[in-house]
Design a protein around this ligand. Sequence first.
Ligand code: F0G
Length: 456
Amino acid sequence: MVPSRQADVANASALRNCRLRCIACGQSADGFAVNFRCPACGDLLEVVYTEFDSNTAAPGSGAQRDLKSVWLERKKSSLAADQSGVWRFRDLLPIFSEPSAVVTLREGNTPLYSLSRCPRSAGVERVFAKHQGMNPSGSFKDTGMTVAISLAKHAGFEWVACASTGNTSASMAAYAARAGMGAVAVIPEGKIAWSKLAQTLDYGAHTFQLKTDFDGCVRVLAEVVRRFPLFVVNSVNPFRLEGQKTAAFEIMEQLDWSVPDHVIVPGGNLANSSAIGKGFLELKVLGLIPAVPRVSIIQAAGANPLVRSMREFGGTRLDPVQAETRATAIRIGNPAIWKKAVKMLGDTNGCCEDVTDEQIALAKAEIGSEGIGCEPASATTLAGLKKLVRSGFVEPGDTAVLILTGHVLKDPEFALNFHRNRIEALPAAEAAALRKPPVLEPSADAVIDALMRARA
Ligand code: F0G
């Protein structure tokens, strides 16, 4: 199969309620090049809504409506778009087709769990986990992918593509399959969790393992799309971020519109944190919340270019690093979306921290012990929260929401290696977190005996 000729994607006339604007020079982009860069200065583009421009409070129809009840009401409808936890917020999403035409796997509508042990160990009053790993393909990517793939299909593209540390490729492959489109995934060989690769293959994407890291894959894909008509669904695609911002809307619904003090997000390519921050900021502009939470970003210590950028240059410049962490989802040294993240941190008064792989592993087991579980990158949030409490940025009486980005089954190897103590020699005090399964003789005596010893 060969991709069809380049479609004239989503020029502004296809978008009914929004346009693209450059985050640096402010120029509007009528159409956009396949690389989603500003035609004037080459920087990132963002979606802005016409109704926000004219400063009218209610988007969509333009009339003052009670969006909160409209969004809840749609949950009761049998329309696929209404059952999607993304498209039921379509008043704040790009409109380019009828709701019935969107490609959806009923993403979103993910749980917000109240945690009990984690707040005690972190030293903060209330901690919630917004589990975006409970999406159809097991990660938050689905909330953005439904928007990106719907738009690609609407614009006449037949092929989509991404470079990925595993979750984007799995999500893209699933949504492209639903849309009947071809998908190309470019992944770093041996550097993504096997279950993510397995998903990508099962959903039918053409998958290429490159002998490089994620940043190398991004470079190669950029060259491929210059020469081949593929619609890129990486996070440089601003439409994907619009879907991802709906996590903010759901959190507010789930907290009965009481604004938490802090929202803590793992950072890799730095799109999800930017998207969630954008969601809160838009709610504030619309008067639906009185203030925004502080949205903070946590990176792995071995893949912390934003932390360094903030410390050394106040976020004015970012030097790529050679990334190394066992949290493979966020093993990213040259994050494409960093400028949006810096702006979001400023707009929400958030901060940026990093945590070691050992801190991530312990935090992951702690979240697991609440019966929830998550993939390693997600656990940066709890490890980061502890650090932010120690530094005084988060106060003991505060409420924090951790964004868990991936399902526990995304990386079973990490969990097994941790519990079998094959990750790193842990200090004795921490070794209690290990839950190594002993091998026993097949008798009730052996099981009861082992149980008694375990409880002693
Ligand atoms: N958590 C998980 C589980 C992820 O898969 C990713 C990114 C992140 C956090 C970081 O989000 O990049 O928006 O800052 N995964 C991408 C991928 C890069 O290809 O699956 P970000």
